[in-house]
Design a protein around this ligand. Structure first.
Ligand SMILES: [Zn+2]
Length: 253
């Protein structure tokens, strides 16, 4: 099957509703390529390695979580950015990027997908007054220890997390935010939640975890954000009968 690139754009916008959330980048079709889309590559970040893989696979479109044109970045098309865009344009590849909309989608989003892999039942947004809260809260059916949660993260994300907290402490309530969500640890601790899981860690995160008494797991920005792009790809393959492949460009951060 094939689809027109603007039709695919409309389909993705209807699915992910980018107009509902304020973001740090434009969401949707960021770089326009050929009209006919048959083969799609999905990935976490539109890095040169991902674009090169898409060229090799003769993809007509790339769909990522981390695209381009971030607020505050140098807008000039020089250096690394020029090379990435030159490759896309030379091969007429469409680049679609969905940042926060791909974090918060209730089924296909990074947060929902991570919860599913860890056996967490979603109770709602961590920031109650924000209908589009990017941090979530939920609970486990049965309590598990900090050590058991670390093992669960290691086996489901294929990466050893950084852990702060007593290994034997039992966890029942969990808050989480994929990617660079470490700033939400305080809100989680203030709500008395047992543990906070995110991708990245800052020096101060550890002090907050210790002093506010919340277990903390940094499981990798890349590792926690693989699953939204993967889920979108699978959904497109099922719904639109397109050829879609997730390409994992490994990143230890
Ligand atoms: Zn991210």
């Amino acid at each position: 099957m094939q689809i027109n690139n603007h039709e695919l754009h409309r389909f993705l916008n209807e699915l992910l509703k980018p107009e509902k959330i304020r973001d740090y980048c434009p969401n949707g079709l960021q770089v326009e390529g050929k009209a006919d889309v048959r083969r799609i590559v999905t990935g976490v970040t539109a890095s040169q390695a991902l674009i090169d893989a898409a060229v090799e696979k003769r993809a007509d479109a790339i769909i990522v979580h981390h695209g381009y044109f971030w607020k505050g970045e140098n807008p000039c098309l020089t250096g690394m950015k020029r090379t990435r865009l030159a490759t896309l344009l030379k091969h007429d590849i469409n680049l679609f990027a969905y940042h926060l909309p791909l974090d918060i989608h209730p089924k296909l989003g990074n947060n929902a997908q991570l919860a599913q892999r860890l056996g967490i039942e979603v109770d709602g947004g961590l920031i109650a007054e924000d209908p589009n809260s990017v941090a979530m809260r939920g609970h486990l059916q049965e309590s598990i220890s900090v050590a058991e949660m670390a093992a669960r993260l290691t086996s489901s994300l294929k990466r050893t997390p950084l852990v702060e907290g007593d290994q034997n402490r039992k966890l029942r309530t969990i808050a989480w935010c994929t990617g660079g969500g470490q700033g939400f640890i305080e809100q989680a601790a203030e709500q008395g939640i047992d543990a906070f899981i995110t991708g990245e860690v800052s020096e101060q995160t550890i002090h907050t975890a210790r002093e506010m008494g919340i277990a903390f797991f940094a499981a990798g920005h890349h590792a926690t954000e693989r699953y939204g792009a993967m889920a979108i790809g699978q959904y497109l393959a099922e719904q639109l009968d397109l050829s879609v492949e997730f390409v994992d460009i490994d990143n230890p951060a």
